[in-house]
Design a protein around this ligand. Structure first.
Ligand code: URA
Length: 270
């Protein structure tokens, strides 16, 4: 029986279509842009244009063959961040910063959530699909688990009382395609803004959720060894903890995460 489905001109069955769709999702294609696909392999090859002298490039221009086209922008990120006098200024400055290619593929800029006056600032990795859609950090499954974890020690992002509230942000403010891990270069470009965000929010304690914030703030990774050991980041006490997404995949690790939460509550004398 004919399935009526074709891919690149070849008829395929429903299972193959599903497998192709699944593969595209894994590659990070999570949105339908057009009603029909274009088979680019079947398009006629354009005649090569006659050779033209390359236009002169300004020294700071990004070039597509450059493996680090964003390199020149670290200085700009530092100066924009330094000029921000408030968190709103900082959000505006970072949102307008074009040094990260990620910005082009993201739906929303995800700056923060919670109470900026909170004693505790929680720093995660980067927005995922749900966060990208809503423009808020930690609102997907991992975020819901984070809310339950905080609730268990009487804390929460929606609490007006700064003693028990949290302020939440990620190292990266735009979603990496397919939720891949941020590259060291993306972290380097985001760090000046994050550092200033911590300075302006001025929490007593920072919680580093997972490897990426540890890489950014401590220049160290290996969360299973780092977790639970108080250290210092951005000039204040810092507690590395396993990321809630890791806890969803490894429920056995929740016992240690609970011990870390109790350690946080003790430190805050809750
Ligand atoms: N994981 C993160 O690190 N941050 C989010 O905002 C969501 C998932």
């Amino acid at each position: 029986m004919e399935s009526g489905l074709t891919w690149r001109g070849v008829e395929i069955d429903g299972w193959t279509a599903l497998a192709l769709l699944e593969w595209q999702r894994e590659m990070g294609a999570d949105d339908v842009m057009l009603d029909s696909t274009t088979d680019r392999t079947a398009l006629p090859t354009a005649k090569p244009a006659p050779a033209q002298p390359a236009p002169a490039q300004p020294a700071t221009a990004t070039r597509s063959h450059d493996p680090h086209p964003e390199e020149d922008h670290v200085g700009l990120a530092e100066s924009l961040a330094a000029q921000a006098a408030t968190l709103d200024d900082l959000a505006e400055a970072q949102q307008g910063f074009d040094g990260l290619e990620l910005k082009k593929g993201a739906r929303n800029f995800v700056f923060s959530d919670g109470n900026p006056a909170a004693r505790v600032m929680i720093i995660g990795e980067a927005p995922g699909e749900e966060e990208d859609a809503q423009g808020k950090p930690f609102v997907g499954r991992a975020g819901q688990l984070l809310d339950r974890m905080l609730d268990a020690i009487g804390m929460g992002r929606a609490l007006p009382d700064a003693t028990r509230a949290v302020y939440i942000a990620n190292v990266l403010k735009w979603r990496p395609p397919g939720n891949r891990r941020p590259t060291p270069h993306e972290i380097a470009l985001s760090l000046p803004f994050l550092r200033r965000q911590v300075e302006l929010a001025d929490p007593e304690i920072v919680v580093l959720m997972g490897n990426t914030p540890c890489a950014a703030a401590l220049n160290r990774e290996g969360i299973t060894r780092l977790r639970g050991n108080w250290t210092e980041a951005f000039g204040r006490p810092a507690l590395p903890m396993t990321h809630p997404a890791y806890l969803l995949r490894n429920p056995i690790a929740k016992r240690e995460a609970w011990a870390d939460l109790l350690s946080l509550a003790d430190r805050l004398v809750l």
